[in-house]
Design a binder for this molecule. Structure first.
Ligand code: NDP
Length: 443
């Protein structure tokens, strides 16, 4: 059996009951197979075995008191996956589905993504099985403070720098950062995605969605296409989806649908993004309220968003939200490009459908790397104690996304998989990581 297959089988057997983790390592190892198996130096150095085992996993209790005076307990995680390239870096997710498997898959993906950005960042991820929906500001604060009381001893500006993810936005980061500062008695860039008044970077809020569109725009142009006049369907209606919709609209695309975990909206005239922002970010409500703003729009319960005909599909909600049947419908409806704003939103089978049908497919590792790249820019500004303007950060983000596009394209061509950016992204990310690990000895 080949080296990659052997390590993959071993990792799956050694980490039972972790389906999302198995899916992520299978995707990456399968596409790395020809590259890695033809280079025996990787096997000798045990690179895959070391890559697959996180450097450290912290699991902890988060006790807090709700508004009724009752004690609640959640489970917290931080997976410090790989520090070969820099401090562990990756978001915190608050969602009831959070598990060790999901944390490990996200941290593993993040390690490759961070390598791809060209920035000095290791990989990590964390979160809690806490559901912020319906909780008061005070309850959110109590929860964030309790989480940070434990997590603070494991993180630091040069050790591990968390950020936001699903369920963790500016409010939650503010509460966690405030508690960290109090415990550590130290003002440092220990979080990214901070508020602008206390060390945050301009463009960080928009960065993942904008970066997705910058990369997609660049790759479309290589095929002689642009966003101009294209119909676009985006799943989710959180940070990534909203900012992707905004940039896409600025470039001439028409976003006709968005979704949340209850259902989706279809607006043939193009989604009114300000109305969505008001509903989701100010009122913290449901997308079903959109009809009040645009009576001609349609709201539909359930996960049928991919049946809406479009030229470009951007899954920006969560993992495994686009299945094989969805991919077939998208292809049948003439979809020419898919960009993953979320992490692993497309199942392995659905990805195959896109690749076989020559749909331009941009994997999350590359497509949503704008967020963490801008986090690296936030860290740089914090170290210098000098903030950059919106235009300066936006220009740097565009340049980083263009470089990512170039490196995944070149890596795919080099491996004889021209146009397959899943292979391109995995090889480009792996090469830099493996080189750093080999140079640092057996650690
Ligand atoms: P948000 O919490 O801001 O938004 C998530 C959106 O997805 C919401 O609309 C939510 O609906 C929906 N959603 C969440 N879970 C499900 C589910 N199980 N089924 C259907 N819809 C769901 O998160 P972000 O926008 O920050 O993150 C979205 C994705 O992008 C995630 O995969 C994240 O890991 C990835 N990502 C985010 C980055 C960032 O900078 N924020 C960076 C890189 C990747 P509802 O409102 O009903 O909860």
């Amino acid at each position: 059996m080949s080296y990659t297959r052997r390590v993959l089988a071993w990792a799956i057997q050694n980490n039972p009951n972790e389906p999302e983790f198995h899916q992520a390592i299978t995707e990456i190892f399968t596409s790395l197979k020809p590259f890695v198996d033809s280079r025996p130096e990787y096997e000798k150095a045990g690179i895959l075995e070391r890559l697959i085992e996180p450097e450290r996993v912290i699991i902890f209790r988060i006790p807090w008191v709700d508004d009724a005076g009752k004690v609640q307990v959640n489970k917290g995680y931080r997976v410090q996956y790989n520090s070969a390239l820099g401090p562990y870096k990756g978001g915190l997710r608050f969602h009831p589905s959070v598990s060790l498997s999901i944390m490990k898959f996200l941290a593993f993906e993040q390690t490759f993504k961070n390598s791809l950005t060209g920035q000095p960042l290791g990989g990590g991820k964390g979160g809690a099985d806490f559901n912020p929906k319906g909780r008061s500001d005070r309850e959110i604060m109590a929860f964030c403070q309790s989480l940070m009381t434990e997590l603070s001893r494991h993180i630091g500006a040069n050790t591990d720098v968390p950020a936001g993810d699903i369920g963790v936005g500016a409010r939650e980061i503010g509460f966690m950062y405030g508690q960290y500062k109090r415990l550590a008695n130290c003002v440092e860039g220990v979080f990214t995605g901070k508020g602008l008044s206390y060390g945050g970077s301009l463009v960080r809020t928009e960065a993942t969605g904008y970066g997705l569109i910058y990369l997609m725009d660049g790759m479309l142009k290589r095929r002689g296409e642009t966003f101009e006049g294209k119909t676009v369907v985006i799943s989710g209606s959180g940070n990534v989806a909203i900012n992707a919709a905004q940039k896409c609209t600025q470039l001439g695309g028409k976003v006709v649908a968005l979704s949340d975990s209850n259902g989706y909206i279809y607006d043939a005239d193009g989604i009114d993004i300000d109305a969505v922002k008001l509903i989701k970010e100010v009122k913290r409500g449901r997308l079903s309220m959109y009809k009040k703003h645009r009576p001609d729009s349609v709201y539909q319960d359930g996960r049928g968003i991919w049946s809406i005909p479009c030229d470009i599909a951007l899954p920006c909600a969560t993992q495994n939200e686009l299945h094989e049947e969805d991919a077939k419908i998208l292809v049948k409806n003439g979809c020419i490009a898919v960009g993953e704003g979320a992490n692993m939103p497309t199942t392995l089978e659905a990805t195959d459908v896109f690749l076989k049908n020559k749909v331009l497919f941009l994997p999350g590792k590359a497509a949503n790397a704008g967020g963490v790249s801008t986090s690296a820019l936030e860290m740089a500004q914090n170290s210098m104690r000098i903030p950059w303007t919106f235009e300066e950060v936006d220009e740097k983000l565009k340049e980083i996304m263009a470089n990512i596009g170039k490196s995944i394209d070149e890596a795919a061509k080099e491996a004889d998989f021209e146009g397959n950016f899943v292979v391109g992204a995995n090889i480009a990310g792996f090469k830099k990581l493996a080189e750093a690990m080999m140079q640092q000895g057996v650690v």
